[in-house]
Design a protein around this ligand. Structure first.
Ligand code: NAG
Length: 368
């Protein structure tokens, strides 16, 4: 049997309704589209503002002026805030954007030949004080070096308050906003390098630890030696083709870092970088993924930026023989000695000072 089909025409009433609905939908779609475009523009302008490297950092030059401008902006905003409370929420965005969680914005008082960064664990006040009283101590009116301690945050409230006081008294802590922990040392050197580049004028940076003796004048003579370059310098106790340890204290899993060797690096207790190298390392933070062994991480930064290591003999691990532990090497070539603290540090310091006096005196004698 044939089925008959009948064409049903819509009544004029329903077709009108459909047209109106279509127009409304079109208007709605256009609005959504516009809103989306505005959002995209807004998003990307904010994003580019945040991630664009400052020109000064890019060229590796010093920019306290820029910093002061920034502080001025902050100051102005604070002033305005008194009359217009709505500025309150904008205050944080006006602050200088750091690459790391660096907090300290203290500016170095002058140019230094040598800026010494000491990685220190928050409770080690005694070690910091011994360092302040020995090799960090400066007699000169216009000193050639300065020393700061890199210390992050602690959960313990009394210690946290104590660190604030310590910084008020000595003014030599560089702080960042993360919890201090042995496996967060890489964050420590990152924030330290950023502070150095943004807030301090210097020729060379020495990174060291709070259980290390530094023969400061000897390091300065070492750096003034014409065979030591002023730029592209990464000097210390070099580990060549270092094995990736799969067991023990410094064990690293294959997931963390695959391979057999790390790139060459300098032992973390003491290495020296020229200013341009520090600047290029700070630039490279975003390109070299976080790795928790900080001295290895610096080796990775060096590889990334094409910096070659200068191995130097004066960067010493402490001797296993007790009679040699608290005294500079017999030829007094000790620049930096690891594993020296407490009375040993004080002994070592006095011996180094005395040996210097002796050599000065014999120099005088040989001149007469
Ligand atoms: C290291 O710092 C990060 C970032 O603040 C934090 O999440 C982490 O808990 C810290 N690690 C340790 C072991 O405290």
């Amino acid at each position: 049997m044939m089925k008959s089909y009948q064409i049903v025409y819509p009544s004029p009433d329903t077709s009108m309704k459909k047209i109106v609905t279509k127009i409304l939908l079109l208007i709605l779609a256009t609005c959504t589209c516009l809103q989306f475009i505005l959002f995209v523009i807004h998003f990307f302008s904010g994003w580019s503002h945040e991630s664009a490297p400052t020109p000064a950092l890019k060229s590796g030059t010093f920019y306290v002026a820029e910093l002061q401008k920034n502080d001025q902006q902050l100051e102005n905003a604070k002033q305005e805030q008194i009359t217009a409370p709505r500025y309150l929420s904008d205050l944080s965005t006006l602050q200088f954007r750091h690459k790391t969680s660096l907090i300290t914005k203290r500016i170095c008082a002058q140019h230094y030949e040598l800026l010494i960064l000491v990685a220190s664990a928050p409770p080690n006040l005694q070690r910091r004080n011994n360092i302040r009283l020995t090799w960090a101590f400066r007699r000169a009116l216009k000193p050639r070096w300065t020393t700061v301690f890199l210390v992050a945050q602690v959960q313990n409230q009394p210690l946290s308050n104590f660190l604030l006081r310590e910084d008020e008294v000595y003014g030599d802590l560089v702080r960042a906003d993360y919890f201090d922990h042995y496996w967060n040392q890489t964050r420590k050197i990152q924030m330290g390098f950023e502070w150095a580049i943004r807030y301090c004028r210097f020729s060379f940076l020495l990174k060291t630890d709070d259980d290390v003796f530094v023969n400061t004048p000897a390091v300065l003579s070492f750096l003034n030696n014409p065979t030591i370059p002023n730029v592209m310098l990464y000097a210390g106790k070099q580990y060549k083709n270092p094995w990736i340890l799969r067991s023990g204290k410094w064990k690293v899993s294959l997931e963390e870092f695959a391979g057999i060797h790390y790139p060459d690096f300098c032992a973390g207790f003491g290495y020296i970088l020229s200013r341009d190298v520090v600047a290029s390392f700070v630039e490279a933070f975003s390109m070299v993924p976080f790795f928790r062994l900080d001295d290895v991480y610096v080796g990775m930064l060096a590889k990334k930026t094409g910096i070659k290591i200068v191995h130097a003999d004066g960067f010493e691990l402490n001797s296993k023989r007790p009679e040699l532990q608290c005294t500079p090497s017999t030829n007094f070539k000790t620049l930096i000695r690891h594993g020296v603290e407490g009375n040993c540090l004080i002994e070592m310091y006095h011996r180094a000072v005395l040996s210097r006096r002796d050599s000065d005196r014999s120099n005088e004698l040989s001149h007469t």
